[in-house]
Write a protein that binds this ligand. Structure first.
Ligand code: AHR
Length: 626
């Protein structure tokens, strides 16, 4: 991570602020009455534009949260949708020596070099849109795919079983929210054969453009039942166009759920929108995490995704506005927090390291831990969670052995008022309010990273035969690593998975499965992709027993990056390990402390991870903590 300068910025004086104001939009959002000597950190916020209401709301959220911290000052710049201007804005901040950069990039690719430049000297928080690669401290954003899916589910519900026609109005072409929302929406809608989806209209997130483009398109279009606009402003624009055309039958759906006149909430209240989906700006979280980063707090993740929530007229009838988060609580004074933790088992080196990390971090934080090893038995794990409910622990945390069958126990936990934190693995439930947050890895990305390594390592070869050793059937890492890997090699017909078998994440499973495959399969195997290092190490043993040279005759990539994998790479038997860190204890503790302090937690907190090819093994081994 980049270094953080400590101590007051020597150039925080009023004169300097004015200098900055000459070329940037400067909003002094901290205390006017206080002298600069009290300000310890200067934060630069590079905003993509201030023409979208959602971005204005983001700045307001940043200002409101910053005002709660006496020792920070925030300066803003507005790039007015010009990438060149945004690059200059960042350079300006750097020359002004800000202590932290918060940036919402206009264009991920074009902004990557300057973000990398900034990250060399200061921490960088990306808001809403990412850049290429991993040269940043933390990404904060909405889960656009999920928002799109939620909108899709709502629209299918709205149409019931009847046939219908749907029109999508999209934001800026090619931007991540445009793609994510559209993919999520269409994934759900395409399952219904009697729903016709018209070619989308583009409107660059803008109300007026949506109004114009909708008016232009509609006379020629067949009748539409539902308009799904990727933000509320465009939904409103399309609604106004519809009014002008004198028609009134369409239902309009939007995204953002902003407060204020003509914000999504107001539009739903006035019956203009049938629903909106809250898309939190992340401004509040950017300052909260920014302050934690500047103060070197432990447990800072790499990415956090914020929750969404549907708002319909019925939701708005309640007195209190429904929020996208699960309500936080505050710790009762003088009471020691008790955490019930239901661990998967002790199937791998990874799991052992995970258990140590949880136990150490929880003890260091001064919490009480009730720990149950569930020995890879899903029924035993559900029972452990029910026991925690009976004993009324303060927090239940667990790493689900499998994704399925969790709904009833989690409903019981919710009814008992006990918050649930998912660690390492996810659950498959319809209602995501049954758990407060998920802390762990991006397993899809791990699968993709393994796939990319294979494509690169074998790029000169034709007809590459791959054997896959999967982890526990039905577990989140096995499901997602497989999807991520498949998705990456898809489109490369020379790469074929010839066998894919489950080996339960254990050394023994990997050994026996590979022994059997080598016996049964006469043909050549070029690559082994194992869902964890332990299975790869077991398979290596069987290959050697069969007279093969693992790492040379068969290239091997696996996931976890445990010490024994580095030793195998140094011995030339393993070619690459994709990191999946088990050191989740500090992040669990941070999530519990934040929750107990009344903070709202993101829906997913994703930890920082890398990829280690064999060439890096010797230099990396001394740094490995597990
Ligand atoms: O859920 C994480 C996986 O579980 C690890 O990759 C594997 O080694 C462990 O058993």
């Amino acid at each position: 991570m980049s270094g953080i300068r400590r101590g007051p910025n020597p150039r925080l004086g009023f004169g300097a602020a004015l200098l900055l104001a000459a070329s940037m939009l400067f909003l002094s959002c901290t205390r006017e009455t206080e002298g600069p000597a009290q300000v310890k950190y200067l934060i630069g916020v590079s905003q993509a534009n201030l023409s979208e209401p959602w971005r204005i709301a983001m700045c307001e959220d940043i200002k409101a949260e910053a005002a709660r911290h006496k020792d920070i000052r925030v300066v803003f710049s507005d790039a007015s949708d010009s990438t060149q201007k945004q690059i200059e804005d960042v350079r300006h901040f750097l020359s002004y020596k800000v202590d932290l950069l918060i940036i919402s990039p206009i264009d991920s690719l074009a902004l990557t070099p300057v973000v990398t430049e900034a990250y060399r000297t200061i921490p960088v928080i990306l808001l809403d849109r990412a850049v290429e690669g991993f040269d940043y401290t933390l990404f904060i954003g909405p889960d656009n795919l999920q928002i799109g899916r939620e909108a899709g589910r709502y629209v299918t519900g709205l149409l019931g079983s009847s046939a219908g026609t749907v029109l999508e109005i999209q934001g800026r072409p090619g931007s991540p929210p445009t793609l994510g929302r559209s993919n999520g929406f269409n994934e759900i809608i395409s399952k219904r054969k009697n729903i016709t989806v018209l070619p989308p209209i583009g409107a660059d997130w803008l109300k007026d453009r949506a109004e114009d483009n909708f008016l232009e398109r509609m006379p020629a279009s067949p009748s539409v039942d539902v308009v799904f606009a990727q933000n509320d402003s465009m939904a409103y624009g399309a609604y106004l166009a519809e009014q002008k055309a004198g028609r009134k039958n369409i239902k309009f759906i939007g995204i953002d759920g902003l407060p204020g006149p003509n914000g999504g909430i107001d539009l739903v209240r006035r019956g203009i929108l049938a629903a909106t989906f809250i898309c939190p700006t992340g401004g509040k979280e950017a300052i909260e995490y920014g302050v934690d980063i500047l103060n070197h707090r432990e447990g800072i993740p790499k990415k956090i995704f914020l929750r969404t929530r549907k708002l319909t007229p019925t939701d708005l009838k309640t007195e209190k506005l429904p929020a996208p988060y699960v309500e936080a609580t505050t710790k009762p004074a003088g009471k020691k927090i008790v955490i019930g933790f239901a661990q998967v088992g002790h199937e791998s080196h990874w799991r052992e390291a995970n258990t140590v990390s949880i136990k150490e971090a929880v003890a260091k934080a001064g919490f009480d831990l009730r720990f149950v090893d569930c020995e890879n038995d899903p029924a035993k794990q559900i029972q452990a969670v029910r026991d925690f409910i009976k004993r009324q622990v303060d927090i239940i945390a667990f790493s689900p052995i499998v994704e399925s069958d969790w709904e009833p126990a989690l409903v019981e936990a919710k009814a008992a008022g006990i918050p649930v934190i998912l660690i390492d693995r996810a659950v498959d439930t319809k209602d995501d309010s049954l758990w407060v947050t998920y802390v762990g890895s991006d397993f899809l990305e791990e699968g993709r990273r393994a796939g990319r390594w294979v494509l690169d390592a074998m790029k000169d070869r034709g007809d590459v035969k791959i054997v896959e050793l999967q982890g526990t059937r039905g577990s989140a890492p096995a499901i997602d690593r497989q999807i991520g890997f498949d998705e990456t090699i898809l489109g490369h017909p020379a790469f074929r998975i010839v066998r894919s078998e489950s080996s339960d994440f254990t050394f023994e499973g990997g050994r026996t499965t590979m022994k059997r495959i080598l016996k049964e399969d006469e043909g050549r195997i070029d690559v082994l992709f194992a869902h964890n290092d332990d299975m790869a190490l077991g398979a290596i043993k069987s290959m050697e027993e069969a007279g093969l040279k693992p790492g040379r005759d068969i290239k091997i990539v696996s996931v976890d990056s445990v010490r024994t994998a580095f030793e195998a790479m140094i011995a030339g038997k393993l070619n690459c390990t994709v990191e999946c860190t088990p050191l989740l204890g500090p992040q669990l503790v941070k999530a519990v402390q934040d929750y107990m302090a009344g903070k709202y937690l993101p829906i997913r907190i994703i930890t920082s991870e890398g990829v280690f090819p064999a060439e890096t093994a010797r230099s990396e081994l001394p740094n490995r903590k597990y």
